[in-house]
Design a protein around this ligand. Structure first.
Ligand SMILES: OC[C@H]1NNC[C@@H](O)[C@@H]1O
Ligand SMILES: [Ca+2]
Length: 452
């Protein structure tokens, strides 16, 4: 870009993690098991049988990790609460030790001038609730509102930015349709029911917040722009279907109070008729929407199940270790689409980053400092933050950027094989080593984006 980019005053620079991916000690101090504790301990469900039993040991190293965030100059930190630490059976009895862990973490963040952004649900449903049907049970909206209310009463005021759900699309596409993620179901009939109950739970939690809380609450979605692979009718229709399935399936009910028409084509006989009053619950005024952006999808018609659409590999593009095309312009296009479709709801980029061929371990450089050279990640981050600036110049109200992730961590079914962190974690020693990209990002924060 020609001259140094100027980001809006108050634009918030941070990083993101999630409880099950970094904490370890999943059953410590009275915590109950989650569906991920069970899923990862089920043979064959995760790469190398990796589990969250230790992860980054953040449950014990949290104070040093906050110091690391301060040293990096982070202004904000997005994390999630493990529901089953606070309510071991999912509802009813509160485990004070679990609540205290998050209360202490929030106080430490505030003491270090770091704003907490708290995600209530980042995929780790208490196993006890899965035994009662989990997200397939319409009561899940009440369970979630009860848990959310416990958290609001304990932390609101110290926490001023709340997120209900992280990525409902992944929860249902992974957990209920294809079975790659907990709870590992494979059902075309269950997926829309789980989706719908997740969105009812989102609405119930926002409604509860308006009774108890005094600050801001939003929803986080992972969305990716879909571009037709050709201008054939088949590819254009397939692209529309893929766009509705991933990008509109959750934002439409949350912000417009209805589903996109294409979902009936995707699910066919498995698409239920929804009670009208459900949409009054689901559609709640939001203070912001969090967008998690990684890549785009150049889309063609194919015979994939059930979408009959799929991504076409781009011959000259760069791909990350998770097979995602490096396409920063997609973020600008997506943000402009969001504003055009949903209006001026403020947006945070609540996740962006890449697993990008880091060296396996930190080397020690000339002055004995640990060093991890990750130029591809720095290139990815620089271009995506630049793409956000382009969207801001196009009039989109983007309020902040949470880099995924602070630490290398448990990439769900891919185990520890994919490193998204700006800080390297040696899992044998738990040694943290800021990568070159972390030092670069610190400079971006210090210059409020001008050094991009
Ligand atoms: O795949 C990278 C990230 N994507 N969004 C949800 C996070 O939990 C993932 O680690
Ligand atoms: Ca219809």
């Amino acid at each position: 870009m020609s001259q140094a980019p100027v980001f809006p005053d108050g634009f918030l620079w941070g990083a993101a993690t999630a409880a099950h991916q970094i904490e370890g000690s999943p059953l410590a101090d009275g915590a109950g098991p989650s569906i991920w504790t069970r899923f990862a301990h089920t043979p064959g469900m995760t790469l190398n049988g990796d589990t969250g039993d230790v992860a980054c040991d953040h449950y014990r190293r949290w104070k040093d990790d906050v110091k690391l965030m301060r040293d990096l100059g982070l202004q904000a930190y997005r994390f999630s609460v493990a529901w089953a630490r606070v309510l071991p059976e999912g509802t009813g009895r509160i485990n004070q030790a679990g609540l205290d862990f998050y209360s202490r973490l929030v106080d430490e963040l505030l003491a270090n001038g770091i704003e907490p952004l708290l995600t209530l649900y980042h995929w780790d449903l208490p196993a006890a609730l899965d035994d009662r049907g989990g997200w397939l049970n319409r009561d899940s909206a009440d369970w979630f509102a009860e848990y959310a209310s416990v958290m609001y009463k304990a932390l609101d005021g110290r926490v001023k930015k709340w997120v209900t759900l992280n990525e409902p699309w992944v929860i249902t596409d992974g957990g209920y349709l294809h079975g790659a993620l907990a709870p590992g179901h494979r059902s075309l009939f269950e997926a829309p029911i789980a989706s719908h109950n997740l969105m009812r739970a989102h609405g119930a939690a926002v409604r509860a917040y308006r009774e108890i809380g005094a600050h801001e609450i939003g929803l986080v979605v992972n969305i990716e722009p879909k571009y037709a692979a050709s201008d054939s009718e088949a590819d254009r229709v397939a692209t529309r279907r893929a766009h509705a399935y991933m990008n509109e399936q959750y934002l439409h009910p949350a912000l417009l109070g209805r589903y996109p028409e294409e979902l009936e084509d995707v699910f066919g006989a498995a698409w239920p008729e929804w009670p009208k009053q459900d949409f009054e619950l689901i559609r709640q005024k939001l203070d912001f929407v969090g967008i998690n952006y990684y890549t785009r999808g150049v889309t063609e018609a194919n015979d994939s199940y059930p979408l009959k659409a799929g991504s076409v590999r781009q011959p000259l593009a760069t791909y990350s270790e998770t097979g995602w095309e490096f396409y920063p312009k997609g973020l600008t296009d997506l943000l402009v689409w969001f504003k055009q479709t949903y209006g001026d709801t403020p947006v945070y980029i609540t996740e962006n980053g890449a697993a990008m061929y880091d060296p396996p371990a930190a080397e020690v450089d000339a002055d004995g400092r640990g060093r991890v050279r990750d130029p591809l990640r720095t290139a990815y981050l620089r271009q995506h933050i630049g793409a956000i600036h382009d969207a801001i110049q196009a009039g989109v109200d983007v309020r902040g950027y949470m880099l995924w992730s602070l630490l290398d961590n448990l990439e769900w079914s891919l185990g520890y094989s994919k490193r998204f962190g700006m800080v390297h974690v040696n899992y044998a020693t738990q040694q943290r080593t800021p990568k070159d990209s972390a030092h670069w990002y610190s400079g971006v924060i210090r210059s409020h984006g001008r050094s991009l």
